[in-house]
Design a protein around this ligand. Structure first.
Ligand code: BTN
Length: 270
């Protein structure tokens, strides 16, 4: 098994300063630890959670040597090109029964944080990619030690800050904040806003405000309605038109054979 190549070090000044500015929006002052290099922020956050780290505890990596994406993919994580962060979510009893809600909640929180910091027209592509136009700006990976009634979940997110030498399979589908804005974003401010937004939306989830979260998700994800897509199912490619998400976060798709319900996986816009 790969090991972290270095331990945590004190927070860089830009991050410490930005976190101080949002301190009142981070209830309980959860710890934020920073690694110059590590395998995956999600692996480290899971270890901290196993040792009792509180809700909102976060791990930030300057680079990841084994960053993970959804569907068993790797997440390209060179130094300086992205924000690589994982946050411990300790669900309330109610939200523990609804793991997909944590994923949707994180998508809403992070889309809003990027919008606040950059004013870019970030949208959500089902299930929870952050996109600008047709290009992916950020990915979110939620992992939990179980399917239901888990003690914690780890919400990991990678936001592309500046153009990088992306592998060819993602180069023409990726974008970065700097490419879109024409100038860099202050990563400390973006990180702080992401953590504060995640805390606020997780509070909403704990308070049972699923309807409000779903409503905001739908508004941030216009392509989940009326867009022609294809996806792979049982080894073949199917096509249809998106018809929104249901209360469990599944994507409804109208096909010639009726309405399909996609619960996991990936869709492609065509
Ligand atoms: C996706 O495939 O779209 C999800 C990508 C999630 C990447 C982030 S980067 C920080 C955290 N650590 C990981 O190993 N993965 C997530």
């Amino acid at each position: 098994m790969a090991h972290d190549s270095a331990g945590p070090v004190p927070l860089p000044a830009d991050i410490a300063d930005a976190l101080a500015r949002v301190a009142t929006r981070l209830p309980g002052s959860p710890p934020v630890v920073y690694y110059p290099s590590l395998t995956s922020t999600t692996d480290v956050a899971a270890r901290l959670a196993e040792r009792g780290a509180p809700d909102g505890a976060a791990v930030v990596g300057e680079l990841q040597t084994a960053g993970r994406g959804r569907l068993g993919r790797s997440w390209y994580s060179p130094p300086g090109a992205g924000l690589y962060v994982s946050v411990v979510f300790r669900p309330s009893e109610a939200s523990a029964l609804l793991p997909p809600m944590i994923t949707l909640t994180a998508g809403v929180a992070l889309a809003e944080a990027v919008r606040v910091c950059t004013h870019l027209p970030v949208e959500i592509k089902w299930p929870n990619d952050l996109v600008i136009g047709r290009r992916k700006l950020a990915g979110i990976l939620t992992e939990a030690p179980g399917v239901e009634r888990f003690a914690y979940a780890i919400v990991g997110f990678g936001i592309n800050l500046r153009p990088a030498a992306y592998p060819p399979d993602i180069a023409d589908r990726a974008t970065s904040i700097e490419s879109e804005l024409g100038r860099p974003v202050e990563r400390g401010l973006l990180l702080a806003e992401c953590l504060a937004s995640l805390a606020a939306w997780h509070d909403a989830l704990r308070a049972g405000r699923q309807a409000a979260i779903l409503e905001r998700w739908r508004a941030l994800a216009p392509s989940s309605h009326g867009t022609t897509i294809e996806w792979t199912t049982r080894g073949s490619v199917a096509t249809g038109v998106t018809g929104g998400i249901d209360e469990d976060g599944a994507l409804l798709v109208r096909t010639v054979d009726g309405t399909e319900r996609i619960v996991a996986g990936e869709i492609r816009w065509i």
